[in-house]
Write a protein that binds this ligand. Structure first.
Ligand SMILES: Cc1cc2nc3c(=O)[nH]c(=O)nc-3n(C[C@H](O)[C@H](O)[C@H](O)COP(=O)(O)OP(=O)(O)OC[C@H]3O[C@@H](n4cnc5c(N)ncnc54)[C@H](O)[C@@H]3O)c2cc1C
Length: 374
């Protein structure tokens, strides 16, 4: 975190710290674990609304407070550094790909989404064995959609799916597809290693009204990437916060007595590994805040956000791996906090762009499009 915070950033740091102490940490049981339930989710949402954190991701036009990337990063990193399982309950839904759409989308979907009356999901990834990409044929009053999406987070509970389709003719576009429409078929529902839930969907001759087009035909990729870019920065903030928590945890561990009589922290080899954890966390944290600052400017920061996402999620994996090694066998007992984290963080290097695919995008930006800074 930058040493010199603005008044606003300091204020949100204080609000977040109070929120952690007074709302999140009291939910920890005597054994140190955290319960999750629908009732606890509601309790946190209410407390977050009262504290003003809930509205930080929502536009001013709809009653939100629409924080800058830097304020959001301070809040997200601080929350992650408390290592509770409640990050999904704290922020209200943002507009995502529904931002800057027509009035119909705004009143029928965006407002209900922001108030919590409707749920949306994002359909981008497709099964590897699909015969063709999801296609939308233009007809008189809209589109006929055929295809499959394979990994839709929250798809089971979604009222609509913002779907990346190939419009014929016209190109890659985003269509909002109601899940109750005839021809929308929910397939397998599954849970990934991090505990989140997803669903597959098939679209079989689904008739989608013309007004459900998000933005314009052929401009779907920039719209999808804008949403993905925000999430990538959020992943970086979460990764850095968790690295801070892990490093603190290991520091305490190294200071406690060891059965050998000499605490682990007194051994030179252990100190070298601990120094690596601190160096990597320091670099990732510095990079995060520079990227958040750049993202608040007007210029394109896609390459910088990619760099931050790849580095922070990969470094988190390295730092956690060293931590588990230094804590030893008990770190692998199922309910140990490091074991829980080990399962939770693996998805970060695949979701919102697999690391190597992002490396290719970054090189394309630099070599072919002259984009990105060092
Ligand atoms: C927790 C979680 C939540 C998700 N939520 C959603 C969601 O809500 N909506 C959605 O649409 N998708 C979602 N996804 C899917 C996610 O976007 C994809 O898994 C991710 O983009 C990778 O695509 P893929 O799984 O098809 O893997 P593939 O594209 O098949 O890639 C597999 C691996 O191959 C390698 N690879 C692939 N291409 C290249 C290349 N050109 N060069 C070098 N290496 C390469 C990489 O190592 C990559 O990890 C989610 C995934 C996870 C894990």
């Amino acid at each position: 975190m930058p040493e010199q915070l603005t008044d606003k950033q300091s204020e949100y740091l204080r609000i977040t710290t109070d929120f952690i102490e007074n709302t999140l940490l009291p939910l920890r049981s005597g054994a140190g674990s955290f319960e999750k339930s629908a009732a606890i989710h509601k309790q946190i949402v209410k407390a977050s609304q009262k504290a003003g954190l809930y509205y930080l991701t929502q536009p001013k036009k709809f009653g939100g407070s629409e924080a800058s990337n830097q304020v959001l990063t301070v809040v997200r990193e601080t929350l992650a550094a408390a290592n509770t399982p409640y990050s999904g309950s704290i922020f209200g839904p943002g507009p995502g790909v529904l931002a800057d759409c027509n009035e119909y989308i705004e009143s029928s979907y965006l407002k209900p989404l922001l108030n919590g009356d409707k749920r949306g999901a994002f359909g981008f990834t497709e099964p590897k064995d699909a015969a063709q990409h999801t296609q939308a044929k233009i007809v008189d009053d809209g589109f006929i959609v055929n295809g499959q999406k394979s990994y839709i987070t929250g798809g089971s509970e979604a009222d609509f799916i913002n779907t990346y389709v190939d419009v014929l003719p016209g190109g890659k576009s985003m269509l909002l597809i109601d899940t109750h429409l005839p021809g929308v078929v929910k397939g397998e529902v599954f849970q990934s290693l991090d505990g989140s839930h997803h669903a597959e969907f098939t679209f079989d001759n689904v008739q989608v009204p013309a007004q459900n087009l998000l933005g314009s035909i052929g401009k779907g990729l920039p719209r999808a990437l804008r949403q993905i870019g925000n999430t990538r920065l959020a992943f970086s903030a979460e990764s850095v916060g968790l690295m801070c928590w892990i490093t603190d945890y290991v520091e305490q561990h190294l200071k406690t007595p060891h059965p050998s009589g000499q605490s682990l922290g007194d051994r030179e080899g252990v100190r070298l590994r601990f120094a690596d954890m601190r160096i990597q966390t320091y670099v990732a944290r510095s990079m995060l805040y520079r990227t958040a600052r750049l993202a608040d400017g007007k210029e394109n920061v896609m390459n910088e956000v990619i760099a931050a996402k790849v580095f922070s999620t990969e470094t988190l994996a390295t730092v956690l791996d060293i931590a588990i090694q230094l804590v030893g066998g008990k770190a692998l007992v199922e309910q140990h906090p490091l074991a829980i984290l080990y399962r939770k963080i693996r998805a970060l290097r695949i979701a919102e762009g697999a690391s190597d695919v992002l490396r290719l995008s970054l090189s394309k930006g630099a070599l072919d499009l002259n984009m990105g800074r060092l």
